[in-house]
Design a protein around this ligand. Sequence first.
Ligand code: PLP
Length: 419
Amino acid sequence: MSLASVIRSEQALLVPTYDRYKILLQQGSGVYLQDAHGNRYLDFLSGIGVNALGYRHAAIRRTLKKQAGRLIHVSNLFFHPYQAKLAQRLTKISGLQRAFFCNSGTEAWEGALKFARAYARSQSHNGSKPRWRILALDNSFHGRTFGALATTGQAKYREPFAPLLSGVSFVAFNDVVDLIRKFDSSVCAICIETVQGEGGIRPVNPEFLQLARKLTRKTGALLVLDEIQCGLGRTGRYFAYQHYGIQPDIVTVAKPLAAGLPLGAVLTTNRVAHALHPGMHGSTFGGGPLACAVAIEFLSVLEGLLSHVSESGDYLRSRLDWLKAKHSCVREVRGLGLMLGMELDSAEKAKAAVSQMLQRGILINRTNENTLRFLPPYIIQERHIDQMARALEKVLSSGRPQPVRQRRARKSTRRENQN
Ligand SMILES: Cc1ncc(COP(=O)(O)O)c(C=O)c1O
């Protein structure tokens, strides 16, 4: 099927929720993707943070093959060996005690909100009204289902679907005065992305996060962290909150967890878990044997990659800082580990930069209008970072947006497919 015919069919058949780049991807290897014309792309996006081990990772392929040959799905009416094994790994690395498995980031976030409300209810005594208010942050993104949308601090996502869940207030990002002003004993949860992803790669300030921890501890409200994009090694530690010396009550993860298969998890404490009982929450597919077996393998590989992520993150940052020093259109470079953003002085320039990088065979994207986002696979090497930085240097030097041209088709060679 040609790109043109896929586009025609999709335009006729799909609900138009996506604005795709005109590339027909066919296969991947290491940190490279290849399209139907044999063009190769160096991937600095990882399927928006999913393909942390790149493509065709040998251990993941082995586990997939083995487990697919045994058992792909069983309902949550029955046991299989891998949920508990995966929960053991996740609780060990997070310092939390319990896990609930689902299929995506949004679902994990919905679970977290329900757990917070259920916990608040379990704590209310003598007919007192349970804590119900949720504080979320301006500019946040937690997903696209109703609860997740209701806590997403960007009007463009919320407004088309209003009215949403009630009881949510937004706090200005990193504004401790606003947090103190909006927090009271009616709050059941403070919700924070440790590093905002869709909001433009913005790490929360230590002072703000520590205050949120202190306030919630005082009243018994929960500190709920969304690490769907920034968790599971992306920042060079297992969890981004581990850079801040605090421990949350709930953390959500998804994207890279099962190396490309859909799997999300809510991790929490015994205290919160005791507010739930069978029937209160669940999922048909969540925590199936195939996804869990692959996730266990992912975590084993991740253990040996964390320091590489830190070092590569430092190197990538140094290259982006070098570009900032050379180009006045770069306002700021920010982020943690291999989750970095480069804010440009206009959305138009950022849009053009993404297109021009694509023409040069490098995938990045744009978040929050004017911020270039870099989320490479954890296996990225310095030479790939240099290649990307050289291309970006040329793009930023070109000075003004140029129209997007289709890359010429060319035959790939075996050598090109190696990373
Ligand atoms: C921080 C954060 N939370 C939640 C989500 C939603 O995850 P999903 O698209 O898997 O439902 C995303 C997705 O980008 C995210 O970055």
